[in-house]
Design a protein around this ligand. Structure first.
Ligand code: GLV
Ligand code: MG
Length: 323
């Protein structure tokens, strides 16, 4: 067992993954042993082993044992570890959960549920997880849920979906399935559409962000399918980064590297955030004033809140304050 995993056992397991960073969320096809073996060596904040759309129907059932073996026996570090099961409109969901969560052991942090259309689908997964946890000796509430919004109906119901279970840790946008659901005339989902005067997903990104934040969830953007175009990825990821998203899916190690940079504050932002916190504390505690000048800028309690978010994210990304 690596020191990182030993350390993980000492913590309160049910809350382990909730506040961990998810700047890069690496997708790994669950039927492919070569990709599975490589996944722990790829630097990413979160890894999910996929039983859904990257696995052929003929391989769905056999992939479960491969995924269990990967969770139990590969040498994972401290990252968030997740399995994506098949959606409730298939015949595989309950078997995925019983077989994989029931056998994977405590290192599995979360289950990702794709194509969520209603709060009831999240509740159904929550109830099933509770039974599987009891039967397999896992602490109750150990497994978190990540929910994907990738249909028109899912987006319409996103408020209720985000409030449906205390197990929910993230809400994720799935651009490829979403483009199909709303019949966008594109053949590649999740990339820029130059013909559109603006960002064709702006409403969707904002809608999901509000629902997620109102319920204390991390909010994650989905895949960018031109895997060789790292500049395009960096550019496209900036859209959700500036809105406030926590991270984005990575399909390759190179994509993960770019995303870890894009979704981290810069050192300059991190240091400035610390300076704002200090200036504000001095103003409120020593000078008994609620607003104070910080360089050319007036800062107050709202500035403190903004700065605190930068510090939290920076610390999650491993930054330390410059001396
Ligand atoms: C991801 O699952 C997507 O459909 O974009
Ligand atoms: Mg999808």
């Amino acid at each position: 067992m690596s020191p990182a995993v030993a350390n993980w056992h000492d913590r309160d397991v049910s809350d382990r993954s909730r506040a961990l960073p998810r700047r890069s969320c690496l997708s790994t096809p669950g039927a492919n042993e070569r990709f599975l073996a490589k996944a722990p060596t790829v630097v990413a904040d979160m890894t999910f082993l996929d039983l859904e759309d990257s696995v052929a129907p003929s391989e769905k059932v056999a992939a479960r044992a491969k995924v269990v073996d990967a969770v139990r026996n590969l040498s994972w570090d401290d990252r968030v570890l997740c399995v994506r099961v098949n959606a409730w409109d298939t015949q595989w969901t309950y078997g995925d959960v019983i077989d994989v969560v029931g056998k994977a052991g405590e290192r599995l942090d979360e289950v990702m549920l794709p194509k969520v259309q209603s709060a009831a689908e999240v509740v159904a997964l929550d109830l099933l997880l509770t039974q599987v946890e009891r039967n397999s000796g896992l602490p109750e509430g150990h497994i978190g849920i990540e929910a994907q919004i990738e249909t028109a109906r899912g987006l319409i119901n996103v408020d209720e979906i985000c409030a449906a279970s205390p197990r929910l840790e993230t809400i994720i946008f799935g651009p490829a399935d979403f483009a199909a659901s709303v019949e966008m005339p594109v053949l590649t989902g999740g990339v820029a559409i130059p013909e559109y005067p603006g960002d064709h997903f702006h409403y969707v990104f904002s809608r999901i962000l509000m629902a997620g934040r109102a319920n204390g969830l991390q909010v994650i953007d989905g895949p960018y399918l031109y895997v060789r175009d790292l500049d395009g990825l960096r550019d496209f990821a900036q859209r959700t980064r500036v809105l406030g998203y926590d991270g984005k899916w990575a399909l390759t190690p190179d994509q993960a590297k770019v995303l870890n940079e894009v979704y981290s504050p810069t050192q300059e932002q991190f240091d400035r955030a610390w300076d704002i916190l200090e200036a504000y504390r001095t103003a409120t505690e020593e000078q008994q004033t609620g607003a104070v000048m910080f360089g050319d800028e007036m800062i107050d309690e709202a500035s403190r809140k903004i700065a605190l978010k930068f510090v939290t994210r920076g610390e999650r990304a491993g930054l330390t304050r410059s001396s």
